[in-house]
Design a protein around this ligand. Structure first.
Ligand code: MYR
Length: 279
């Protein structure tokens, strides 16, 4: 049984890793003034953050169902099954797109997987799946492993300006609560597939320190962990944070990733996040 692994562009898996593990990528898009750009293909993260300095913020869109069908049919020539891992179904229709397209294609069994998160934390699932697929593990067993990983996945993030999330309608909170959150730098996370405030924190530094405390609660209880520091055009700050964390947590393998155009549209430049799971 040969199994392919797909994830969408919002996993922002560094290209070398995607190529190394043969992970196929389906892009979401940003739309500036009726012009559509597929992220990671037509527009890079760097180009996006330059572009938004000069233009109005774009809107975002999921991949068209036709693109899923085309990719599944192409993979059907070489594979028997495909695991299609996507950003949380609570914030995008992408996962549902994979489900619908999977029901329309013949010759390949499609296993859609809702990561219930996004960014490189979603990428962790793709890396786990790709490693097992390469070893010839059956797709049902791979899905079992992904569900196991889900139990220990944690992710927290902070934004400089909540208005992007509010404008895109991706913050699940009562309007009054959002109003009070605009004065602070809340730490955010996912609950039931949706973005909700985790804690009210006054400054960025305090929010970052709180994330480190939360990581310590898990990592200091033993075992090997994999974590990622994710930034929206703040590479130097993210690298510095990553080095400090590497010194503090020898049992955690740290990676670096970024919020690209689609997630950057909803979070805004300067956002920062961290996610981890027990290996
Ligand atoms: C679409 O148009 O279908 C895409 C919508 C994407 C919404 C993104 C909302 C922010 C997600 C933050 C993820 C942080 C993970 C650590």
């Amino acid at each position: 049984m040969k199994t392919a692994v797909i994830t969408d562009s919002t996993a922002y898996i560094p290209k070398e890793l995607r190529e190394k593990w043969n992970i196929h990528m389906i892009p979401l898009s940003v739309i500036f003034d009726h012009e559509t750009y597929r992220e990671e293909i037509d527009i890079s993260a760097e180009e996006f953050y330059e572009e938004v300095k000069q233009r109005e913020l774009p809107t975002t869109s999921m991949p068209p169902i036709g693109e899923f069908i085309e990719l599944f049919e192409k993979l059907a020539k070489d594979y028997d099954a495909v695991i299609s891992i996507h950003l949380s179904s609570g914030i995008s229709g992408t996962y549902q797109g994979a489900v619908s397209a999977g029901e329309m294609v013949d010759g390949i069994k499609v296993y859609p997987f809702d990561s219930e998160i996004s960014a490189m934390v979603q990428g962790f699932y793709a890396l786990e799946a790709a490693e097992l697929a390469e070893q010839g593990v059956e797709p049902e067993k791979i899905i079992e492993r992904l569900n196991e990983v889900k139990k220990s996945i944690r992710a927290y993030f902070m934004v400089d300006d909540l208005s992007h999330l509010q404008r895109g309608g991706r913050l699940s909170s009562a309007q009054a609560l959002i109003g009070s959150l605009l004065q602070v730098k809340p730490l955010l996370h996912f609950e039931d597939k949706k973005i909700v405030p985790y804690e009210k924190v006054r400054t960025r530094k305090k929010a970052m320190n709180r994330v480190v405390e939360l990581l310590a609660e898990d990592a200091n209880s033993g075992g090997e962990y994999r974590a990622v520091v994710i930034h929206a055009n703040r590479e130097a700050e993210a690298l510095e944070w990553k080095s400090e964390l590497e010194a503090q947590f020898p049992n955690v393998e740290f990676m670096l990733s970024y919020f690209g155009p689609v997630i950057g549209t909803h979070l805004g430049e300067g956002s920062m996040g961290m996610g981890w799971y027990k290996k």
